[in-house]
Write a protein that binds this ligand. Structure first.
Ligand SMILES: [Ca+2]
Ligand SMILES: [Ca+2]
Ligand SMILES: [Ca+2]
Length: 231
């Protein structure tokens, strides 16, 4: 009894993998009608693909001309639905090698396989987003502007697509001096930074520099200056 439950579970898992595979095959088939649009990595990049040439699905890579085939997985489970990491150094893929379907990553040569999900649910259909540099916009006072306010509030919108930034990700300096994080405000909900100087700024040109680092330390930076009028 227990055995047959397990068998039906394995059959169900296999059906899901095959359904995923079938949908990918359909998508590849549609793309395949317009060969010029194949979205492979740059002209020197390798193509990653799945094949069941040994009886179950495995992941392979090859050169864009079809030569230099390398087999990256080798087991009795189904491995596939792979995607390159944005830097081309890793692949994320789906496999039912464990109890059920999980998402894995491995190096481009098939080494360093790591299970990312470890959940009893079905995990699959992966994509790998590129990480982008934090942006710093809506600079105030406006670059090159002149203000009569001797304690003008410095503002900016500091945002990252992938990371919910906090104050710890941001450094602010005004006139070459770092502003302590306790002295400026940052609202992660609106991405708005604000700093009002406690002491009057010097008359003339005042420089501002903001650096924002995301959780993998990719840094965006803006420097600008504005003028405080002498009278
Ligand atoms: Ca396999
Ligand atoms: Ca799972
Ligand atoms: Ca980022």
């Amino acid at each position: 009894m227990k055995r047959s439950v397990l068998n039906s579970r394995v059959a169900a898992v296999r059906a899901v993998v095959l359904a995923i595979v079938a949908s990918v095959v359909v998508i590849v088939g549609v793309v395949g009608t317009k060969p010029a649009e194949a979205a492979f990595a740059g002209k020197n990049g390798r193509i990653a693909y799945m094949s069941n040439r040994d009886g179950d699905f495995e992941i392979f890579t090859m050169r864009p001309d079809g030569s230099g085939v390398k087999q990256l997985t080798r087991n009795r489970a189904d491995d596939g639905i792979q995607r390159w990491s944005p830097d081309g150094k890793k692949l994320v893929f789906v496999s039912d090698r464990g109890e059920d379907i999980e998402i894995f990553v491995m190096n481009a040569d098939g080494s360093g396989i790591e299970n990312l999900t470890r959940s009893p649910a079905t995990d699959g259909i992966v994509d790998w987003q590129a990480n982008t540099v934090p942006t710093i916009t809506n600079l105030r006072p406006s670059p090159g502007s002149t203000t009569r306010d001797r304690t003008p509030t410095v503002r900016a919108t500091v945002k990252d697509q992938q990371t919910d930034l906090t104050k710890a990700n941001i450094t602010l300096s005004v006139d070459g001096k770092a502003v302590a994080r306790t002295r400026f405000s940052y609202d992660p909900a609106t991405d708005r930074l604000a700093f009002t100087p406690e002491r009057e700024l010097s008359a003339g040109r005042n420089g501002v520099k903001i650096v924002a680092r995301d959780d993998v330390l990719l840094a965006g930076q803006r420097t600008w200056s504005f003028k405080v009028a002498t009278s």
